[in-house]
Ligand binder design. Structure first.
Ligand SMILES: N[C@@H](CCC(=O)N[C@@H](CS)C(=O)NCC(=O)O)C(=O)O
Length: 217
């Protein structure tokens, strides 16, 4: 039975790949697992029926038989643990790939989200112009460290893994700011992620929700 995920009925980014169902779609495409999508509006997300799946009234959720999950990282870990392709077989390499999943969500995504919030939600506040450079510098600090670790390698630790999937998904949220371009190896890393056929299929499926046109092929 195919799992069902939830996604925005009206995505704020107009289906450009930033909503977090994208990373779950990408993981499912990487492992070749077909899936269903249930679209929810902002008001539906806050209703009891959806909150029974997701206590914080958000997307994505994941339903598979009687299993219900929320949190994109947990969903992707579940997918990666039940299918080949997103985690290495070697126990230590697997633990390191999972470490990168946590690093993406817990160390790299928070300053990026802070920057998004500073721009979108606080841009009209009188203190915003003083605060924004501080927030941008916190992002640069983290990216500098990540860039040093990645160096000239294609992926964070050997072959592409769920750690890379989440890291690329998180870094993509920075593209509009221009900050990612300051780190050529990270830009190239993100581009490598976007070039993966599974990413392209997931992106096309998410965009189709916005355009109303199903992806070709
Ligand atoms: N930590 C959660 C964050 C989920 C989240 O923020 N989802 C956003 C969409 S990308 C959402 O539903 N926003 C609407 C809202 O919070 O009301 C995850 O990784 O799944």
């Amino acid at each position: 039975m195919s799992p069902t995920i939830t996604a925005f009925k009206q995505s704020p980014d107009r289906g450009r790949g930033l909503a977090r169902d994208m990373r779950v779609r990408w993981a499912l495409e990487e492992v070749g697992q077909a899936y269903e999508v249930r679209l929810v509006s902002f008001s539906e997300m806050k209703e009891p029926a959806h909150r029974a799946l997701h206590p914080f009234g958000q997307i994505p959720t994941y339903e598979e038989g009687d299993l219900v999950l929320f949190e994109s990282g947990s969903i992707i870990l579940h997918i990666a643990e039940h299918h080949a392709g997103l985690l290495p077989a070697d126990a230590h390499a697997r633990a390191r790939a999972i470490t990168w999943m946590f690093a993406a969500l817990n160390t790299v995504e928070p300053p990026i989200l802070e920057l998004t919030n500073a721009r979108l939600l606080e841009g009209d506040k009188p203190w915003s112009t003083d605060r924004l450079p501080l927030v941008q510098d916190r992002v640069r600090h983290r990216l500098g460290e990540l860039s040093t670790r990645l160096g000239r390698t294609d992926w964070l630790d050997g072959a592409f893994s769920a750690g890379d999937l989440l890291m690329v998904a998180v870094l993509l949220r920075l593209r509009a700011s221009g900050i990612l371009d300051e780190y050529p190896n990270l830009s190239a890393y993100v581009a490598r992620g976007e070039a993966r056929p599974a990413y392209k299929r997931a992106f096309a499926a998410q965009l189709a929700v916005f355009t109303g046109h199903p992806p070709a092929g």
